[in-house]
Design a protein around this ligand. Structure first.
Ligand code: 5AD
Ligand code: SF4
Length: 414
């Protein structure tokens, strides 16, 4: 039996999709990249921005011909669009067989494997499936924040943290199956709290796991970055000094309307403390342009914040009103063309800053983890290439000679 999986959206969504695929592979399914030969398709969806939801809907529409070619085929839709639209999806698209919403994300692999198992009876696998070199482990789901533009709290529900021992044991399993780098995932990953243990406690425990080469996490909330977390990052032997930390805007009035729980100054002061605690830390962020009532002056403050932050990357989005969120009640009054122009301007600045960050690496010797024989990433998250083939999973020293197409390249020195 063959399954084709499609995941749209953020790393949380990708991790949810990967967990479902793993459950299916353990149940005897074979993954196929060719949808035409699949007996089942599992589509994991995202609704954080209107564009992401449109992609999911059009993908479902396009899968109708695949389903019509053989009605025994099964189409499963999971994730955030499944949660938001629920039965509306099957009403509009009768060719969808099963809808499992994001609030069921923790149980989705089991639900999907059981349902597909009843229809197709695959032969369960005995040997565990080999893991990727870079794996993700979800530590918490949902979000207790109420950022006014964000649909996540309503589709993913309130925060639920996994028991610490379960997380460590999943990490050990993934490492035993070949993973070298683990990214701890959560919508607000540093809100982790379980039986009196905090995110910093979890980082310290996770860092000591035998066989782990690198530990990352995403995405932390700026207002929850405390000294304990900074020192855990600094002390961690394997914790990578590359932190993605969304700021969304550089203007206090907009930040207040967004209900972010921090000001521009709070954010920049926190970054200063982080940089003191973790010298050389490389940062990335998210920015929304064209939030309701954002003026040119407000937007210019997002640009100056980026100039101060000097991120190596930033993901910038045009604001889109999401149904049911508090900001959807505000007038979406920034014209589309102005949003486009601001997005163009912010992306141009981000490219310039990214190039500067990459070029600052030239001449240095960096550690890379080989994900393929000639490609990997530095601890600080930069992509890197080299000529001579090495065993995937090995840690190397690379003498950085040049930058081309957003990738470092050079000679391996050991
Ligand atoms: N419009 C535009 N961008 C959004 N994001 C979340 N909600 C919206 C929205 N309504 C962005 C934020 C967040 C990232 C995952 O998506 O920048 O950090
Ligand atoms: Fe959305 Fe804010 Fe929660 Fe992030 S912290 S998921 S932006 S509500």
């Amino acid at each position: 039996m063959r399954v084709h999986t499609i995941t749209l959206g953020c790393q949380m969504s990708a991790a949810d999709g990967a967990e479902t695929l793993q459950a299916l592979e353990n149940a005897g399914w074979q993954k196929t990249d060719d949808v035409s030969e699949a007996d089942a398709v599992v589509l994991t969806t995202c609704t954080v921005r209107a564009h992401a939801e449109h992609r999911a809907i059009s993908m479902i529409g396009r899968l109708r011909t695949w389903k019509d070619a053989d009605p025994r085929r099964m189409l499963v839709v999971t994730g955030c669009v499944a949660e938001r639209l629920g039965p509306r999806l099957t009403q509009r698209f009768p060719h969808v067989d099963l809808v499992v919403g994001a609030r069921e994300a923790a149980r989705t692999p089991q639900i999907v494997a059981e349902l597909l198992g009843k229809r197709f009876q695959p032969q369960p696998k005995t040997a565990p499936v080999k893991n990727k070199i870079c794996a993700c482990v979800t530590i918490m789901r949902g979000c207790d924040c109420a950022c006014s533009y964000c649909i996540v709290p309503s589709v993913r529900g309130p925060e639920a943290c996994r028991p610490l021992e379960d997380i460590l044991s999943e990490m050990r399993d993934k490492i035993a199956a070949g993973a070298k780098e683990i990214t701890l995932l959560g919508q607000r990953v540093n809100a982790y709290r379980e039986s009196g243990k905090t995110f910093a406690d979890l980082l310290r425990r996770a860092d000591c796991i035998e066989g782990l080469a690198r530990l990352r996490f995403m995405s932390p909330h700026p207002a929850l970055m405390d000294e304990k977390t900074f020192t855990a990052i600094r002390d961690g032997e394997h914790i990578c000094p590359a932190i993605h930390i969304p700021v969304q805007s550089g203007n206090d009035r907009v930040l207040a309307l967004m209900k972010r729980g921090h000001t521009r100054r709070d954010f920049l002061e926190m970054i200063q403390r982080l940089r003191q605690a973790v010298p050389g830390v490389v940062l990335s962020t998210d920015i929304i342009v064209g939030f309701p009532s954002e003026t040119e002056e407000d937007f210019a403050q997002s640009l100056t914040l980026l100039e101060e932050l000097k991120p190596a990357a930033a993901f910038c989005f045009k604001y889109s009103a999401r149904e049911g969120t508090p900001s959807a009640r505000l007038k979406d009054d920034v014209p589309v063309q102005v949003k486009e122009d601001r997005l163009g301007a912010v992306n141009a600045l981000v490219s310039k800053l990214a190039q500067a960050a990459l070029h600052s690496q030239i001449g240095s010797e960096v550690e890379v983890l080989a994900e393929t024989p000639d490609f990997g990433r530095t601890r600080t998250g930069f992509k890197a290439r080299w000529k001579q083939a090495v065993a995937p999973g090995s840690l190397l020293r690379l003498q950085v000679a040049e930058v081309s197409r957003r990738t470092l390249s050079g000679e391996i020195s050991s």
